[in-house]
Design a binder for this molecule. Sequence first.
Ligand code: LUZ
Ligand code: MOS
Length: 768
Amino acid sequence: MKNIDSNTHVRGESIYVDDIPVRQGTLYACAYDSKIAHGTITKLDVSAAEQFPGVVRVLTYKDIPGINEIGGIIKDEPLLAEKEVHFQGMPIALVLAETDEIAREAVHLVKVEIEEHHPIVDPREAHEKGQLIIPTRTFKLGETENAWSKCDHVLEGTAETAGQEHLYIETQGAYAYPTENGSIRISSSTQGPTSVQKTAAWVLGVPMHKIEVDVTRLGGGFGGKEDQATAWGVFTALGAYLTKKPVKYVLDRMEDMRMTGKRNPYVSDFKIGISKDYKILAYEATYFQNAGAAADLSPAIMERTLFHSTNSYFVPNVTATAHSCRTNIPPNTAFRGFGGPQAMFVIEAAIAKAAEELGVAPSVIQKANLLQKEDEFPYGQLAGGNEAVDSWVRAENLYNIEQLRKEVTDFNSKNKLFKKGLAFMPICFGISFTKTDMNQARALVHIYQDGSVGISTAAVEMGQGVNTKMVQVAAHFLGISPSRIKIESTNTTRVANTSPSAASATADLNGKAVSIACNALVKRLKSSAIKKLGLSASCSIELKEELVVIDGKKSDLGWEELVMSAFLDRVALTENGHYSTPTIHFDKAKEKGHPFAYHVFGTAITCVTVDCLRGRYEFDYVKVAHDYGSSMNEIVDRGQTEGGIVQGIGWMTLEELMYNKQGRLMSNALSTYKIPDIYSVPKELEIDFLNTNNSDNMAIFKSKAVGEPPLMYGIGAYFAIRDAVRAFNPSANPPYYAPFTPEKVLMALYEGQTATSRVLKDVAVGRK
Ligand code: LUZ
Ligand code: MOS
């Protein structure tokens, strides 16, 4: 089934926040944000801005009727700065004006004086100074201390990954208007409608029932709107509450890049111990997470880093320690993978380092340590299946690895100035919110008297195709055509207390809720059919292809007639389905449990060609065997996989977020922050659907979650480039730092004099 939004997307008719028809009297908001990363506000004067023609009001923290707080996990983040500023981009005042242009102009008239303090940008410095968001956590399996002496090789190193800008095409924004009795309705571009509702309620000092949050769809989220859509939603609610006018605020691209948090950068230390037959006997990692100026989701992200410290490998002795470090950059947040990719890069770096030391390809070590069914993760859960090995073997066989290797070797022996590199990237990603209580969802299903169906769930459509999957689920269980089914906006008055659409779990959780509601309705409709047709209650009855089927035979009773007669019999044609993931639990005191419903596995083979004169590179292919369980929608799932891979490659190669020592974002526009385009995606993207068994109880239609896992295949890009660089310059040992930009590749290619002089000599004599 095709994505149900494809027609309106292609015609430009899909509705986003900025497309909502504007109501009369709408005001436009714009925040004045701090130009200083760390300091004390000594003067705040908004009078000139307030007197600017067209400005209606300028708000500061003093105008907040409730609590000046937007922190989700920890209440450590004011909506508007009071005495201190903690990052460049921190909102200090909010201008409300008659037009967007006036609001943005008047912002410059806000006068703020700040006494500057030393800003911290580096997470290690924050750690040394005791600036931690939460206490340090450690996951342990076996005893690393005793294991080192048993290893034939022990290697240590550091690895570092920069942040990543979400770059959703639709920037952050919201539109709010007052309804009766001090209530507010907010249209928000958020992954978490309940977060916006809850936070707006406490900022306004009203009960949650006064706030209604509605989401039609997002032009991309990628985690950037799991928590960080909240501030903008709350700003519009605050403005609407205080002025009794509709208030709209949609950020422009540079405001969004400057003021919002991104993927957490990490700096990490590792130590790996290997036996002579390439078994990883011990692994130690210490992660310094750059959380930014407030907790946001960083504590949960740090937890997922620990869960994924060993990627898809079994290591009998593990000590993984994570520090969440408070720095003076915008609070970092969820980003596809949620701390998992950062951890996986570190163990892949450790394996690469060991392989380079031992003179083998990293894949030799990778393959020798893949998880098997009974293997235990450092957090106590078992792998539960052999998909790590199966996907690896499948990729090797399907894509003929010997042939691929030969092509690379042949090419490299024939070419001096271009070199190819190859890398394997196996992945393992745990599905469920790591916070057990978040793994719940609800669906409200109405069958209207004409037989059409309207469904509300907690799922937010952000381009990932979740609404399409919800239609599939309902059509299947009701036995009707998808054309009868409409997915309504996500709205907190129809589906309450929602978890954000995140953690790759949205289709699972909400699909299960839809199936539960539909099954309850079907049960009632079957009773109606039995009554109407005068059947015995013991006959077997099904709803299939819009007909009542009795003992395997189609009857004349169709869906519309059945629905109408049930309605006339006063049968309830509305149902609320509730699902919560069974089995899962986690004990934080012991750091052990069974946090995930299941794991997603897969293996990617990446090949790159590096231009050794310029440092540029092109990806020849990424060939994947991906574990989809039993995919419920191959078109949607392929789209997610391709998008994830390209986004992961971008993180590893081009996208360099740079903050200077003053905490100022230097790559603050699309001229300095490069994301993958049509020229930088792999020339070939081959994806094999490894159909595996998944529990029906844990995933909708046994279809495994697909949102985040494929991003981590992108990590192979770094190691493929590294392989090519070393084919050109065997003594190159560039830092394990991503992104591996062309500049950094060029430096690695010419590390040490030998290589430089050799190439220059070759070039001089005109050899290729
Ligand atoms: N969000 C969250 C997530 O709140 N908890 C999670 O475990 C998670 N995992 C992945 C992506 N977002
Ligand atoms: Mo996400 S990183 O699943 O919002």
